[in-house]
Design a protein around this ligand. Structure first.
Ligand SMILES: Nc1ncnc2c1ncn2[C@@H]1O[C@H](COP(=O)(O)OP(=O)(O)OP(=O)(O)O)[C@@H](O)[C@H]1O
Ligand SMILES: [Mg+2]
Length: 460
């Protein structure tokens, strides 16, 4: 990706959620010159209120007070409005004046990648991969609930007892998850994930996530259209690596991406991005990842990229991978390469077609070529833990061979995880396929003269 362009994109999104919350939530217009009216009366309101007094009030009292003062101002010098317009204007002005409270400075801080609020008293953030607790709190559970309501209302969603869980991507890119009592026993819980930064492969090398030999190999595998599954735990950098790997796909290929929350930022021209949709407030209109994967097959893609497989769509994706959509990519949540295969099998079995377990193994053996396992170390570094190829066929139990792995050294005083990458000779079948596609075999790897010496492990 063009660095300058990425930088601009990030800057633009820096205060995205804030800007959005301040600008939305209203179903109708208060009249002509809408935005200006709000700004004018917000200024007048702030002139008339006593800030010291305001800070001693609870949230709902604060809102009441602001509404009352603004009501006086409007009666005194406001334009002529219908009662509905007047109520709407009051709400908008007061919303703007109240803002997102203590979350505002956190959302403005570019070094924060995640904000986690576990009830009114526990606020954590992630900075540079490390989670820290902040000495901040909401004045009350109610204040937290109101802040949450304001955030989710920007995407026309509602959170209440009958709808206690919301997962949404805001138009500005942040991913927001809310879960409230009685489902959450820790009080209303809000998680905001910043729009993930796009990192290039050289940047990832700089972070120690992988080395240049691994990048050479992965580049060859992507260009030679191996089907690749990126696997890792929560926040281990799956989406980030998927994005970087997607950048290696040659231009001119027709790529369809399918995601729950559109995070991928492909730079190629011929890309169609699909994003699933949750049901609306009446529970209608849902479009699942599965619907989209199925639909994408009818769009004549050269490659399909699935942001993350989590359910029955796994079967459709595997079928696509083994029927002419070579070079497809996806991520799955798993803690090891073995685990990833098991998980794919379990997820594929969640489709309504009751395919026997052995048949699913067949499907996976013929669809998946390479597993890239990521790990997030306790010191916050994200690292490639292993690149493995699937060496089993048909209904055989899974067998995998390691092409590369990270070997950690004993932890040193500085609390950081050190170690080095090991590169193993490639199986002949892999080397042959790379060769046929015109790809070099990276020197650090070399090729096995005789596959019977391959270190293969069983995974089921
Ligand atoms: N290699 C890396 N080095 C440093 N930071 C990284 C790396 N990869 C990802 N990150 C950062 O870690 C956070 C999580 O990254 P990402 O969204 O890619 O992880 P994920 O595994 O897809 O998460 P999830 O499980 O939520 O889907 C982001 O803030 C991202 O910028
Ligand atoms: Mg992800």
């Amino acid at each position: 990706m063009d660095g300058r362009y990425a930088e601009e994109g990030r800057r633009e999104r820096g205060t995205g959620l804030r800007a959005r919350v301040h600008a939305t939530g209203e179903p109708a217009e208060t009249g002509p010159g809408d935005g200006r009216l709000v700004a004018t009366y917000r200024a007048k309101l702030l002139e008339e209120i006593d800030l010291a007094e305001m800070s001693s009030l609870g949230t709902s009292e604060r809102r009441d007070r602001l509404e009352r003062v603004l009501g006086h101002i409007l009666s005194r010098e406001g334009p002529v409005l219908s009662s509905q317009q007047r109520a709407l204007l009051i709400r908008r002005v007061v919303d703007e004046a109240l803002g997102l409270g203590i979350l505002e400075p956190l959302l403005e801080d570019p070094s924060i990648t995640e904000i986690m609020v576990n009830g009114p008293d526990h606020i954590y953030v992630e900075r540079s991969g490390r989670v820290e607790r902040l000495p901040l709190r909401f004045a009350s559970e109610e204040q937290l609930t109101q802040t949450i309501e304001r955030i989710v209302s920007t995407v026309n969603r509602r959170v209440d007892e009958s709808n206690p869980m919301v997962d949404a991507r805001l138009p500005t890119g942040e991913r927001v998850n809310v879960i409230i009592p009685p489902l959450s026993l820790s009080g209303a819980t809000l998680t905001i994930r910043r729009f993930p930064r796009v990192y290039t492969l050289p940047e990832l090398i700089g972070f120690g996530t992988l080395d240049e030999h691994l990048v050479m190999l992965l580049a060859g595998l992507v260009r030679a259209k191996f089907n690749i599954i990126v696997s890792g735990g929560t926040g281990s950098g799956k989406t980030t690596l998927l994005n970087a790997l997607s950048g290696l796909i040659p231009g001119g290929e027709r790529i369809v991406t399918v995601e729950d929350a559109a995070e991928l930022q492909l730079q190629q021209d011929h890309v169609i991005r699909l994003e699933s949709r949750p049901p609306n407030i009446e529970g209608k209109g849902e479009v699942t990842i599965r619907d989209l994967v199925r639909n994408s097959l009818r769009m004549r893609p050269d490659r399909i990229i699935v942001g993350e497989v989590r359910g029955g769509e796994t079967l459709d994706m595997l079928q696509a991978m083994s029927t002419g959509h070579d070079g497809s990519l996806a991520t799955v949540h798993a803690n090891s390469a073995e685990d990833a295969l098991m998980r794919l099998q379990t997820l594929a079995s969640m489709s309504e077609l009751h395919v026997p377990f052995e048949a699913l193994r067949d499907q996976i053996n013929s669809a998946v070529d390479v597993l890239v396992q990521l790990v997030r170390h306790p010191d916050g570094t994200r690292r490639l833990a292993e690149i493995a190829v699937l060496a089993s066929h048909g209904r055989e139990p899974f067998r995998i061979a390691t092409l590369a792995e990270f070997r950690a050294e004993p932890m040193t005083q500085d609390g950081r995880v050190h170690g080095r990458f090991r590169h193993h000779p490639l199986p002949r079948s892999v080397a042959a396929r790379l060769h046929l596609a015109g790809e070099q075999i990276p020197q650090a790897f070399g090729v096995h003269l005789d596959d019977s010496h391959l270190a293969i492990r069983e995974a089921s």
